[in-house]
Design a protein. Structure first.
Length: 353
């Protein structure tokens, strides 16, 4: 998956965000920050007072059209983070800008408008209305916007087909499987065509086979819609499959942000390394993570036609009969750099540390 180029204002900009749970959390955090030199010291301070620093001094940006995954173990703060960004909970401190607008300063009326028109949300629990058909569930947000019955029905059928449920529009939730119910939840969130999409572990309650199928469907939908997405998961395989970039959280702190290749090839500490230790690195890292671009070109008598977007596994298979440096070509047919087969093998070797 290719990370979108950064152009202009980020879709989401989070700066020094804190979420502390407990009585008078804002005052305690302010005082702790005043007497602390680091965010860690401040978090330790408020924790010693019996409060819970669920998100600590988080800063990051999500680009327009990017699929940004936040992952971590249970209790790491990932779900709290997405609720702060969408303002389902009120952050204790910091700023959240959506397309440059300070969402934390938005009035209740403006917040309702944003949620109805700009922000889509999907959660682990489907939250479908049992007395409504699939089409009625999907079109419900449009009803809240005052759309006519015919407009609602037409849009509902469009997104129902998009998520692979055409023919089930008049079924009731009790007649659907778990995977089908989750597709209805996804369709409902897409009905208003939101610019930004928040998904909090939407597939975690599903069986592995259904989960993989929905991941594939989700990627197909994103390929067509190019939404800005913040996706929460605790599953490294899911994160690597879906993400343009991944933020890994531990105890309320963002430990590392990087592309899937950066996460699996260059973990910043043992916590991140533990997530990726059983990952087949060669299936997730591409040649652009290991090629050489500096210095004079060496002799390269062999050219197995490697491409910049090849995975390391694919490249290594193509280089099996090559013993010299080989060129790597970009999508336009221009040489992007070169790589030695030994570099592919080294990148796939498990780090003993």
């Amino acid at each position: 998956m290719t990370t979108p180029a950064s152009t202009g204002t980020p879709a989401i900009a989070v700066e020094a965000l804190w979420q502390v749970f407990g009585n008078d959390a804002e005052t305690h955090l302010k005082e702790a920050l005043g007497r602390s030199e680091t965010a860690l010291e401040a978090a330790t301070d408020v924790a010693a007072q019996g409060l819970i620093p669920a998100v600590q001094d988080a800063s990051f940006e999500v680009r327009e059209g990017e699929l940004f995954v936040i992952m971590g173990l249970s209790g790491s703060g990932k779900s709290t983070m997405v609720r702060c960004i969408s303002r389902l909970v009120e952050p204790t401190r910091g700023s959240v800008l959506i397309d440059g607008e300070d969402i934390l300063a938005a009035s209740p009326k403006r917040l309702i408008e944003l949620r109805r028109r700009k922000l889509g949300m999907v959660f682990q629990h489907f939250g479908l209305f049992p007395h409504m058909t699939v089409a009625e569930n999907v079109s419900f947000p449009l009803k809240m916007l005052g759309k006519s019955r015919s407009e609602r029905r037409a849009r509902a059928l469009e997104v129902i087909e998009m998520v692979g449920l055409d023919g089930r529009e008049d079924s009731y939730p009790r007649q659907l499987s778990g995977g089908q119910k989750q597709r209805v939840g996804i369709a409902r969130s897409l009905a208003v065509n939101p610019d930004i999409w928040f998904l909090d572990e939407p597939f975690s309650a599903l069986d592995p086979l259904i989960r993989r199928q929905l991941q594939d469907e989700f990627l197909k939908i994103q390929a067509g819609l190019h939404k800005t997405i913040v996706f929460i998961t605790h599953d490294i395989s899911e994160a690597l499959k879906l993400a343009d970039r991944i933020a890994i959280m531990r105890d309320g702190v963002i430990v590392q942000i990087g592309t899937p290749a950066e996460i699996v090839l260059h973990p910043v500490d043992d916590y991140v390394r533990e997530f990726s230790k059983d990952v087949a690195k060669g299936q997730h890292a591409c040649l652009d993570s290991v090629i050489e671009t500096e210095g004079p070109l060496p002799e390269m008598p062999d050219d197995p036609k490697l491409r910049l977007d090849m995975t390391l596994d694919e490249a290594l298979a193509a280089c099996m009969s090559c013993y010299e440096n080989v060129p790597v070509w970009d999508r336009d047919g221009k040489m992007a750099g070169y790589v030695h087969p030994s570099a592919l093998a080294a990148a796939l070797t498990v780090d003993p540390t």
